[in-house]
Ligand binder design. Structure first.
Ligand code: VGL
Ligand code: ZN
Length: 209
């Protein structure tokens, strides 16, 4: 839905090899096969042609990133630890800067900008707007520069980075719609909770676009 005089943008979240089964990613999310990525590509391309401004996020970690279990001796993948009072899930190493599976799997020319996140080894960054240390990315200023008021958000993972990005967008004052059918979650239960949490924050959940 486009409100007259208000511009609508699109944020494609973390559609990268390491999160897909298609590319046998290290943190592959169920259902992210080639058909899913093809659908995301097609819809994103169409939105771009229809005049929506398309933005992307890219998880982009250094090898010594705090979220990798391998950087915490004795810890295993998916263990949860506390760091300075914050909860940190320990993930398999993924989206390492400049590796094949860190690529965004949608034609990069479609994007007005791809905002990288998780570059600081000390902080994780599920949100495309800011990291766990509170450092802002360029996302909000770029959206404002483009007079974006409304946002479609979709990608991987519904219950992690899509959720965090959508909620931060809503908190920043954007009118947000998350497209469920263009998103995949890490686990069914956390995905259901995430969808409910987003609805409770005033985010519209659409099945398909
Ligand atoms: C993500 C876990 C770790 C995501 C990123 O894109 O949802 N999940 N880093
Ligand atoms: Zn990550």
């Amino acid at each position: 839905m486009v409100i007259a005089g208000e511009k609508t943008g699109v944020i494609v979240v973390d559609v990268q090899g390491d999160f897909t089964t298609w590319k046998e990613g290290s943190l592959a999310v169920e259902g992210t096969d080639s058909a899913f990525v093809r659908k995301v590509r097609q819809v994103t391309e169409t939105l771009g042609k229809e005049g929506y401004l398309v933005f992307g996020t890219q998880d982009w970690h250094p090898v010594n990133h705090v979220s990798f279990f391998t950087n915490h001796p004795g810890k295993k993948a998916f263990e949860v630890i506390k760091i300075d009072g914050r909860t940190q899930v320990l993930w398999p190493p993924h989206c390492i800067q400049g590796t094949e599976n860190a690529r965004v799997l949608v034609d990069n020319n479609i994007f007005m900008a791809i905002v990288q996140k998780g570059r600081d080894p000390r902080y994780d960054s599920y949100s495309g707007f800011q990291d766990d240390g509170g450092a802002k990315t360029e996302m909000d200023s770029i959206l404002k520069r483009n007079a974006i008021k409304n946002l479609f958000v979709y990608g991987i993972a519904t219950d992690v980075c899509v959720k965090a990005t959508a909620i931060d967008a809503a908190n920043a004052g954007y009118k947000v719609t998350v497209v469920e059918g263009l998103s995949k979650g890490v686990a069914p239960d956390t995905t259901e909770t995430a969808l409910k949490e987003m609805k409770d924050r005033g985010i519209t959940i659409l099945k398909e676009l």
